[in-house]
Design a protein. Structure first.
Length: 162
């Protein structure tokens, strides 16, 4: 691969990353707006409950609370869908314990949960002799590189020593 091909490839990757970053920023803005709407509904419910309590009319609240609760539930579902879109863009998934991990993770490093395997072909880049070697912690069972804070190996599920 010539130097111009490498530059072209690098520029293409940078453009893709920039496009993804812009898309993620737009989605995060939408999430922020939805969360503000949720807060407004919480405040409205609180105000109406207080007003009804001070006027001794608590029996009039049910329809308002039900309406606002349904609105909040819908907004929360929209936020979840938007967060899922972000994980797709970042090529990540969420474990049952709540930890977000790379899509190719087989076992959660926090709780050990085993993910269903998704087959994905990933191109391998050539490495040059000028690259720096970094020493990292490895799993004792499969020798996969793991983070210092991981309790379980993402590849084989082996419990890691603290």
């Amino acid at each position: 691969m010539g130097i111009f091909d490498k530059l072209k490839d690098g520029a293409s990757k940078a453009a893709d990353l920039a496009k993804d970053s812009v898309e993620i920023a737009k989605i995060n803005s939408q999430i922020s707006g939805k969360r503000k709407e949720i807060e407004k509904s919480y405040l409205l419910i609180g105000k109406e409950v207080y007003d009804a309590y001070t006027n001794k009319q608590l029996d009039t609240l049910e329809s308002l609370v039900k309406e606002q609760s349904n609105l909040i539930r819908g907004l929360e579902e929209e936020v979840e869908q938007l967060e899922y879109k972000i994980r797709q863009i970042k090529d990540e998934k969420e474990c049952v314990c709540g930890r977000v991990v790379p899509m190719d993770t087989k076992f959660c490093p926090s709780c050990g949960h085993q993910f269903e395997e998704i087959v994905k072909v990933v191109p391998v880049e050539e490495q040059t002799a000028d690259e720096i070697i970094i020493v990292q912690k490895h799993c004792g069972s499969c020798h996969e590189i793991v983070n210092e804070s991981d309790l379980f190996c993402e590849k084989c599920g082996n419990r890691l020593a603290p």
